[in-house]
Design a protein around this ligand. Sequence first.
Ligand code: WTA
Length: 652
Amino acid sequence: MSDQTITSVSREHRSFRPSAEFKAQANLGSDAVYKRLYAESVNSPEKFWGRQATEQLIWRKPFKKVLDWKPPHAKWFVGGKLNVSENCLDRHLGTARENKAALIFEGEPGDVRTITYKQLHLHVSRLAHIFENMGVGAGDRVALYLPMIPEAVVAMLACARVGAIHTVIFGGFSAEAIKDRINDCKAKLVITADGGWRRGKVIELKANVDKAVEGTPTVQSVIVVKRCGNPVTMKEGRDIWWKDAWEGAPNSHKAKAFDSEHPLFILYTSGSTGKPKGVLHTSAGYLLGAKLTSHYVFDLKETDRYFCSADIGWITGHSYVVYGLLANGSTVFMYEGAPNQPEPDRFWQMIDRHAITILYTAPTAIRAFMRWGDNYVLRHSLASLRLLGSVGEPINPEAWMWYHKMIGKKRCPIVDTWWQTETGAIMIAPMPGVTACTPGSATKPFFGISAKVVDDQGKEVPRNTGGKLAIMKPWPSMLRTLWGDDERYKKAYWSEFAGQPGVYFTGDGARQDKDGNFWIVGRIDDVLNVSGHRIGTAEIESALVSHPAVAEAAAVGRPDELKGQALVVFVTLKSGQIATEELKEALRSHVGREIGSLAKPDSIRFAASLPKTRSGKIMRRILKEIAAGGLVKGDTTTLEDFSVVAALQAED
Ligand code: WTA
């Protein structure tokens, strides 16, 4: 890694101020309040977080000390005791929310279920009893491999209720991936379903679990939800149907209180190489982060119907389908299947059908909607929507503007939220009603988050200079360690800046503009070095996607004797566009105009699709290997579709 800072080439300057109407009803209505609270939160973080923890959470035993920080290990709300599931459920009972919908579920085949807070509490209580009868309790690990169905939420909360640590494994992962994760955390119990619906077909989840648990000596029991009715094999003495376990379980459950720092869940996140990292989150700090960010960033109101399209297998599903929203007593809409089943207007149909007010989704999905065409959107009114969100990657201004006009009808603020599995909760995002939204920028840090763009020594760089995104102080929802590998935890996140063991390295490159807005330019590992300029991938990709023919783009470097690295871009076209040499030339000139000739690609390759992780992030590491003309090495288990790579290599 060189010492140079990153050259930022983006020229995006549009800015959208909140409307007077939105401002008047916003949870945080004034810039003055925001500034005062933010200043307090970073100047006296313990005072700020202590007050929030007392006000926002229900404690069984008050904490004695806000923070115990021995870098890089933090303990938040020391001495306090609480129960996370009680904070998401019991607290709403006996209030007006008791009979409010906690979950509205729509399955891919069209089946709909509504579950009130009272009913959800009952389901969770019953499952908690079942766990206890099976001998699953505090500190035990439970693996969940489920479709996006209400039982997934019930299972997570029941784990929290008895103090068991859940690890949710995304339903798209293979038997091998399930086995590795279960063995890493030594889970005792697995909860799965016979199958889940995806694009009209049954994904055979139980069959994958059967294969996985052949190689997992610690698993004693498997609970199976009947979802699709596909045939499954039940192993005597190990497997039990959810509904059979259900019979006779008591309806109420007295939850025990657990320490603030009691582990809540492990979530495996794939590093670009090597084995997945088991990110560990604990109870009080995590819940506070998820709850407070949900309230402010989504501007939650009692009447909202909120839809987050992320699977519970990702951190977004943990914090912003389950914990943050239920702790606020919100109504969460859950959808099981694919966005283009039966047709590419499924989301818009559901938004109208269920009068959804908030939509939180990812740029990769937005670009897919753009590619499918406006007509699918224009068939629906979308009049209920009042706020939109984006997460997962930098959103290119082109996609932002489409989201703003086509989905938000220019009336909904867009909250572009930057955060990570490791951060637990949103770290950088606009405050709707206060912050002006800028296409492509996640804008300003959330309360209590001291984010800075720094050089290789950890020193803040001047405005408009690219560098590494670092978090200078601990925050309540931060990861506590990597499960079973504290050394890797220290090395991966806290060792980037010599002599500063308390500074967290995000792995992302960023720039702060003159107004203090943060722009993520891509992962530091992907930064390109073109003729001596270090340029983030996101900016080049965004320039390409602003051309009307382009649907998606990925930029990577190829070793080049003359320039250090030659710039190779992979481009997928919008439907109806034809890949020609003239178009390549037009794209080169377009990038030249948008950024400057230094960023003109040396080589442009058209592709039918790009290799992505199962959560929709482009795997540039693989494209780099293809660009260099080599075979794809390293771990490809997180790839969504290997045939994409095979097709790219065949074209080579
Ligand atoms: C990227 C997802 C730009 C970033 C919650 C980060 C983003 C990684 C944004 C974490 C955003 C996520 N703008 N980049 N709004 N949101 N990223 O762990 O590179 O799946 O470090 O967490 O995604 O991905 P993860």
